[in-house]
Design a protein around this ligand. Sequence first.
Ligand code: GLV
Ligand code: MN
Ligand code: MN
Length: 414
Amino acid sequence: MPGGAAELRINGARLLDSIACLAEIGATPEGGAERLAFTPEDGAGRDLVRSWMEDAGLDIRVDGIGNVIGRRAGEDPDAAPVMLGSHTDTVGNGGRYDGNLGVLAALEVGRTLNDRDIRTRRPLEVAIFSNEEGSRYHPDMLGSLVYAGGLDLESAWALRSPDGTRTLKEELEAIGYLGEAPVPGPVPAAYVELHIEQGPVLEAEGIDFGAVTGVQGILWEEITLSGKANHAGTTPMRFRHDAGVVAADAVLLARQLTREIPGQVATVGRMSFAPGLTNVVPGRAVFTLDIRNPDPDRLRRAEDGFFSGLEAAAGREGVRIERRELARFGPAVFDEKVIALVEEAAAALGGSCRRMPSGAGHDAQMMSRVCPTGMVFVPSVGGVSHNPTEFTRDEDVTAGGNALLTVAFALLKS
Ligand code: GLV
Ligand code: MN
Ligand code: MN
């Protein structure tokens, strides 16, 4: 084997070029990308990465939920693979690094091993997981959830597109990613994901790498408030059943809970009123709630506090509440050995590193249900993400790729 682990480095220019090329698919005017899950843009992005996987000689399988997995053979036919990956779908008007970095750096690990003609004991697998973002289909992290056996395929296939006209299965078929590989998928020996931090901590502290310890718990709900649409000029205030007013109360209530409960974040990210006219009291309001906390008891407290406050507000206004749960995942805890390998990789690369939890959801949290799992974070400039200006400096992208390679190489030999 030419070269040892100490000299093993990715081709940073090739990784950066791959990120730029993929960002051309679904490119947005502000420099980001939009490839919402299961749309033709998502399909085109996958096609490109898949063609690169083929060029790298990976043996590709697509499973029933559309996860694409490329395998580089190992020397031991009986050894379980080390899986590296992330997602290539984006949020609406998203950035070019979220998810894409993890997939393309995983591919870059395979390309680097090829360049150096290195055989490893374990096979390497590069995974593109479907619908991590959850922007069109709930829950988020759907592909890795199904892979890990947390949701059966028939239930996932039956989910309907946002406009209700198609099923997820039909959309998978339409973009050519209704595969036949079985799910739940084979359990890897370990799963490692490189990701941008998507928050401000590493940059603010001047630290090169995050050794991610786990992911906070999350609850997503869609809430429908039903009041009574009525004339905006003639209806005295005391006769109103204004769904919009209760929705406004909900936004402030969510913010208030974050002041009262340590570690709590809360977001109302989507809201619409019907009929949505200047001179009509809103008869209906629909909004989403995203609440997260690393501590499950605190998350439960936030949920209970929010809904009891909402019931009180709705009662005052004579408005009815309906709840629809979109996602509910408890906190994930990563594997101590993989976390330590990330720290060792950072030290070997001469970089600083801190342990940190992830505020964002990741495919790694689903994979941690079935195998030892860890993540590497690299800094996000300005802590901005889910935004077209999301940016990670070239040197941090390359350093992240090298950290992933170093961790993967240790695991591939194990
Ligand atoms: C996934 O991007 C999330 O919302 O955390
Ligand atoms: Mn992501
Ligand atoms: Mn994201």
